[in-house]
Design a protein around this ligand. Structure first.
Ligand SMILES: [Zn+2]
Ligand SMILES: [Zn+2]
Length: 358
């Protein structure tokens, strides 16, 4: 892996979701090699319910690397929970199983001294949505009592309806029911936001989204950002991450991010689909370049980069746009041919197979 020099000049904590192969402490050294100012990782296997405990040696190594390489585990590291955790599941047995793994994750954070923990707020499935949001909040309250300091960060989602957090109002409802407001936050994923139907692809839309975010949830809860372009178009409800600049968001949006003062001080973590982690090193450098962008001298280079990246993603964008148009046509036909068409269309969209993403 080639080395990237970590920026001390950037006022943003640009980083990436990194591999822990060989031990959790390797995420720290990987972050440093890639020039990240923040990072994310899984605390255990994202595919299994139970994983072996950390050894004391591994915990010590993780902490030692953080000190040596200059990462503040309370603020710079944002582990990601397992995708199958669903604390909003109306099937209580399954919700309890999720809670056990969720609590285990929070305890792992505290063993490592990590102060933030990001997870997907789950789905109310066929249950009453409001009731399941209350259940989710009750689990968060319980988790706060069973741990000491880690802040739980809810990620916004790309879907609709029963998928909690696709609507920002869901997150507000949950936060309202959480007793310890100092230990709850929100992570805004740029791909999920756009796919859920919140346009952020132009400067005006971007500003409006953040105003809405502040009105609905409040900036004080903004604890992290996941930085991804989107393979799918606006409101497609597809969680399909794309490399920066190659999707429907394009480089203009990431330039806006890299000049948004309200995003300083929180982890801004890439989850783009890279063949190798070295791709993240390049994207962090791209973001740092966007941060220093000067209209007078960089415009030409910016336009060149923007066009190059858009060209790379063109084929994929066309394919996903065609799929989206086809789905819309099916929905319209279902609505037209049946008096309960709306319900059927809703059911079709809800029952579609979802491939969970970060
Ligand atoms: Zn994400
Ligand atoms: Zn995620």
């Amino acid at each position: 892996m080639s080395d990237f020099v970590r920026s001390t000049a950037s006022k943003y904590k640009f980083g990436a979701h990194l591999s822990t192969a060989g031990g959790i402490s390797n995420s720290v050294t990987n972050a440093h090699k890639l020039g990240c100012n923040s990072f994310a990782m899984f605390l255990k296997s994202p595919r299994r319910w139970v994983s072996p405990d950390y050894t004391q040696e591994e915990i010590d190594k993780f902490k030692k690397y953080c000190t040596k390489l200059g990462y503040d585990p309370l603020r710079d590291i944002l582990p990601h929970g397992q995708y199958f955790i669903n604390l909003a599941n109306p099937d209580l047995e399954k919700a309890e199983k999720s809670y056990a793994s969720f609590l285990d994750d929070l305890k792992r954070c505290e063993q490592l001294g990590v102060g933030l923990y990001n997870f997907h707020p789950g789905s109310s499935l066929k249950g009453d949505h409001e009731e399941q949001l209350s259940q989710l909040a009750a689990y968060l309250n319980k988790a706060h009592q069973e741990t000491k300091f880690v802040k739980i960060v809810l990620e916004n989602m790309a879907g609709t309806g029963s998928l909690v957090g696709s609507d920002l109002a869901d997150l507000k409802t949950v936060i309202d029911k959480v007793e310890d407001k100092t230990r709850i936050g929100v992570c805004v994923d740029t791909c999920h936001t756009f796919a859920a139907g919140y346009d952020i692809s132009t400067e005006t839309a971007y500003d409006k989204f953040w105003k809405d975010f502040d009105d609905i949830i409040g900036f004080k809860y903004l604890s992290a950002v996941h930085l991804n372009d989107s393979k799918a178009p606006l409101a497609a409800n597809r969680d399909l991450h794309e490399k920066l600049g190659q999707g429907f968001l394009n480089l203009e949006v990431f330039k806006l991010i890299a000049s948004s003062d309200f995003l300083t001080g929180i982890p801004i973590v890439l989850e783009t689909p890279q063949e190798q982690d070295v791709g993240y090193g390049h994207e962090v450098k791209l973001l740092e370049w966007l941060e220093t962008y000067d209209d007078n001298k960089d415009k030409e280079e910016f336009t060149k980069k923007l066009e190059e990246l858009q060209a790379k993603g063109e084929k994929s964008r066309k394919e996903h746009l065609a799929k989206f148009e086809k789905k819309k046509t099916i929905k319209r036909k279902a609505a037209a041919t049946n008096s309960k068409g709306e319900d059927i269309a809703e059911r079709i969209s809800r029952s579609r197979v979802k491939k969970p993403k970060m």
